[in-house]
Design a binder for this molecule. Structure first.
Ligand SMILES: [Zn+2]
Length: 106
C-alpha cells in the first residue's frame, strides 16, 4: 500500500485504470490531495516502434525487439501495481463554462 508523503499513513490507492478516482485522490488522514508519480517505465514505450522497424532487418533484431517489448510491458505492470504518491500541487481544473442554474427566475 502506498504511503502519504505528508503524514506517512497508508493510503488506499484506487485501481490503476480508475483515472477519475486518481484525480480526486485524497489522504484519509491529513486530507492532502495526492497524485501518482508516473512510472518510469512509461518512457521506455516510445522506443518500441523503431525497434520493431529494425526487427525486419534480421532475426537478431527481431529477438531484441521482442525482449525489449516484454521487458517494457512487465515493468509497466510491475510499477502500476505499486504506485508511488506525491502531493498534488496544481489545483483541480475548473470548468470553463459556468451555468447559472440558481439565478433569479424571469
Ligand atoms: Zn496524509
Amino acid at each position: 500500500m502506498p504511503k502519504c508523503p505528508a503524514c506517512n499513513n497508508d493510503v488506499r490507492a484506487p485501481s490503476f485504470l480508475n483515472l477519475d478516482a486518481w484525480t480526486h485522490l485524497q489522504c484519509a488522514h491529513c486530507k492532502a490531495r495526492l497524485e501518482m508519480i508516473p512510472p518510469r517505465s512509461f518512457f521506455l514505450g516510445p522506443l518500441m516502434a523503431p525497434l520493431f522497424v529494425l526487427a525486419r532487418q534480421g532475426r537478431v533484431f527481431e529477438v531484441i525487439a521482442f525482449a525489449y517489448a516484454f521487458l517494457t510491458i512487465f515493468l509497466v505492470l510491475f510499477e502500476s501495481l505499486r504506485p508511488k504518491l506525491r502531493l498534488r500541487k496544481k489545483p483541480l481544473a475548473k470548468p470553463v463554462v459556468q451555468l447559472k442554474i440558481d439565478g433569479p427566475a424571469e
